[in-house]
Design a protein around this ligand. Structure first.
Ligand code: ADP
Ligand code: MG
Ligand code: MG
Length: 546
């Protein structure tokens, strides 16, 4: 074995070992004790001034932020007046992620406990209409059985419990966590493992947050290369969009910081490789996917697109290469470098962006467009999964981009026999050349698309909760990335000088911890539980001593 090959083997084994040890509770054993010790709550005196400044709206603090929600629920449980409401909240959430076979029984229990006016735990804050509907419907297995009730429960808690929560010690604890979350983050908190891939401005490495043991991917953007190739705007857009979206179908940004030479985006690590690799490089004699497997991935991609579009973001670069697998075989959209956000009041955008062979006709023709372009790329991606070639290319053919564009504008795709009737119908509806007729995002959701016959056997509720078993599970011992030598090096950048304006931009970019993913990490790795200690009942912890 040559030195390069040896380097890959050594790097792979360190990376596989770190990855394997991070499952479940074992993360604690991989922590760096010194850095873990630095994650500690401040004395309340140190952060009291933040009480009026922290994000404390109901929706954000008590529902969206995982630590805020935990502490709010702990408060509710501690108050006799709110205990039942909290139990209802948890039971509704449990129902939503339960399997069909258990749902009937769970719904029946909830009806008896909260919806029956003779019950001691009857929830009188629920409106009669909502009560009647749940009572009438609870024997059917539905994803939205408690949707209305949940809204009313939240409204009730917002008016009846939010203010008293803010006067409780649980809120002070929230402020302490927000203080910790707001501390700056530097490279010293991360340990780099092997390179996973190469981007336009730098390498992407596997890395580990030393204090918690959690693995991430660190996408580095070289400062000088960024400046030389005018990448600032793209970089900040990608960062801003990644920080804004929170979906299990899109890679999550957890930290943004800088080093002397690089800007760093620390994101969900996707160890399973990209869909292009799985279509063409795993079983080379049988490229592409069978329909059930394609159906699962397409459904997860639709959930990712729906989330982006609900946040007014056009992705523009959907293709198999940008869809990455995690350890379990679930997929997420990645590489949001070409995405654009539609500003309020403006519903269309312009601009040539994307990958040849995938771009929608309206984009190629330089017309104004919106989310519709992403459903065309979805059609191309889906076609390619089944046919193992793009709809506007002949396998093995060398063809100019302009010819591919001409075909996209003029030629219908032809479908090999391997397409089932439902699959072909869906592809055709997505590859529709007229964007006004194309299937896609309507009334702020993808329901019409989700209800197509191709998905008739799919439980969307469980898919959206991440509870469906993926059709393929990546091998935990395998490294789905190129050998280190084959990743390719960057040339050195000469003649670029960085000045104060650059520094200002880097500081703006390096906003540190992203609240929701940071809180998730603290909970999932057990650090939240270790820090959130309470002494005996009735006593304040000394750090909360006013
Ligand atoms: P660029 O926008 O510069 O093209 P990408 O975001 O596509 O950069 O990242 C470059 C490569 O790094 C990808 O093709 C992939 O191989 C790898 N990569 C990117 N993000 C992740 C991730 N979250 N997990 C694992 N590998 C990743
Ligand atoms: Mg890329
Ligand atoms: Mg990119």
């Amino acid at each position: 074995m040559d030195i390069g090959g040896l380097e890959t083997v050594v790097a792979n084994s360190a990376y596989v070992a770190a990855r394997g040890s991070v499952d479940g509770n074992a993360a604690a054993t991989m922590r760096d004790k010194k850095l873990r010790a630095r994650l500690k709550l401040p004395h309340i005196k140190e952060c009291e001034h933040m009480k009026t400044k922290v994000d404390s709206t109901f929706e954000s603090m008590c529902v969206k932020q995982p630590i805020g929600k935990r502490l709010f629920q702990q408060y509710l449980e501690s108050e006799a007046a709110h205990k039942t409401a909290c139990e209802l909240w948890k039971d509704m959430e449990d129902y939503n992620i339960s399997e069909e076979k258990d749902r009937k029984q769970k719904a029946q229990k909830a009806v008896n406990k909260y919806y029956d006016s003779a019950s001691k735990t009857f929830c009188s804050f629920l409106e009669e209409k909502a009560i009647a509907r749940v009572k009438a419907d609870h024997t059917n297995v539905r994803n939205d059985l408690f949707k209305e009730s949940e809204k009313q429960l939240h409204k009730h808690l917002e008016t009846k419990a939010l203010n008293s929560f803010k006067k409780s010690m649980y809120f002070l604890r929230y402020v302490q966590f927000k203080w910790l979350e707001g501390q700056s983050v530097t490279e010293e908190w991360f340990m780099d493992f092997r390179v996973l891939g190469k981007g336009g401005f730098g390498e992407v490495h596997a890395c580990q947050m030393k204090a918690t043991g959690k693995m991430y991917a660190n996408k580095k953007l070289n400062k000088k290369r960024l400046k030389k190739r005018k990448g600032y705007e793209g970089a900040i857009i990608e960062k801003r969009i990644l920080a804004k979206v929170h979906s299990r179908f899109i890679v999550t940004l957890a930290y943004a910081f800088q080093t002397k030479n690089d800007l760093c985006l620390v994101m969900t690590i996707m160890n399973g490789g990209d869909l292009r690799f799985h279509m063409y490089n795993v079983d080379e004699k049988n490229p592409g996917f069978k329909e059930p497997r394609a159906c699962f991935y397409i459904a997860q991609i639709i959930c990712g697109l729906e989330h982006l579009h609900q946040h007014r973001i056009v992705y523009r670069d959907l293709k198999p290469e940008n869809v990455l697998l995690d350890d379990a075989g679930h997929v997420r959209l990645s590489d949001l470098g070409l995405a654009v956000e539609l500003p309020p009041g403006k519903d269309k955008t312009k601009g040539y962006a994307g990958t040849p062979g995938f771009m929608a006709p309206e984009l190629i023709e330089n017309k104004e467009y919106d989310y519709t372009v992403d459903y065309f790329t979805l059609g191309v991606t889906m076609y390619e999964m089944i046919a193992a070639k793009g709809p506007f290319r002949v396998r093995g053919e060398k063809v100019e981009n302009s010819e591919v564009a001409r075909r996209i504008l003029n030629d219908p795709a032809s479908y090999p026999d391997s397409f089932s009737k439902d699959c072909k119908a869906l592809c055709e509806a997505l590859l529709e050349k007229d964007p006004t007729k194309r299937l896609g995002f309507k009334n702020n959701c993808c329901d019409e698309l989700k209800n197509q016959p191709f998905f008739k056997n799919l439980n969307w509720g469980r898919l959206e909760a991440g509870m469906l078993k993926p059709p393929f599970v990546p091998d935990p011992k395998m490294v789905y990335a190129k050998d280190i030598d084959d990743v390719g090096a960057f040339s050195t950048i000469k003649g670029v000088v960085l000045d104060n304006k650059d520094t200002e931009f880097y500081n703006d970019f390096s906003s540190g911890n992203i609240p929701i993913p940071w809180q998730e990490e603290m909970i999932e790795t057990g650090v939240f539980g270790e820090l959130n200690l309470w002494p005996e009942k009735g006593k304040l912890p000394s750090d909360l001593d006013p």
